[in-house]
Design a protein around this ligand. Structure first.
Ligand code: SF4
Ligand code: SF4
Length: 140
């Protein structure tokens, strides 16, 4: 039990590869215990799955190898997002993209608000912000 580690991952699926039974393989082939925190399928962009996984280090490494072979990108949630309000022009584009409502509009000021605790680091806002006001930070 003590040799098991816990990870939180965001799996990014290419649009052409979103219907594979990945969770099944992680459990069956790599003995991982998984907890699906969120799953999103977008029509125009890639889909993603947010998972908490528990397993032995070796099994986790092998499962990462398997995911890469499936063209699935794995993001470790040791990362976080920051919003630079000095750059943000409050266009609202990121609010429409955010799947968890971590980004919202304050309807009194019409300014964008960021609730970090709701963010699952899916990267969507970061990719599409026109002024690059959203950045990735790497947590310890
Ligand atoms: S997309 Fe960028 S500029 Fe627009 S509201 Fe979001 S953070 Fe601000
Ligand atoms: S990375 Fe951006 S779009 Fe994704 S959950 Fe966090 S704030 Fe929302």
């Amino acid at each position: 039990m003590t040799d098991k580690i816990r990870k939180k991952w965001v799996l990014h699926f290419p649009a052409t590869n979103s219907d594979k039974p990945i969770a099944y393989h992680l459990v069956k082939d790599f003995n991982l215990v998984i907890n699906i925190l969120q799953a999103t399928a977008q029509e125009e962009t890639d889909s993603f799955l947010i998972l908490e996984v528990i397993g032995r280090k070796k099994d986790i490494e092998h499962s990462l190898e398997f995911l890469r072979q499936q063209d699935i990108e794995v993001e470790d949630m040791e990362k976080g997002i920051t919003l630079n309000f000095n750059k943000c022009i409050h266009c609202g584009l990121c609010v429409g993209l955010c799947p968890t409502e971590a980004l919202t509009i304050d309807h009194l000021t019409w300014e964008v608000c960021f609730n970090k605790s709701e963010c699952v680091v899916c990267d969507l806002c970061l990719k599409y912000c026109p002024v690059k006001a959203i950045e990735m930070e790497f947590l310890k």
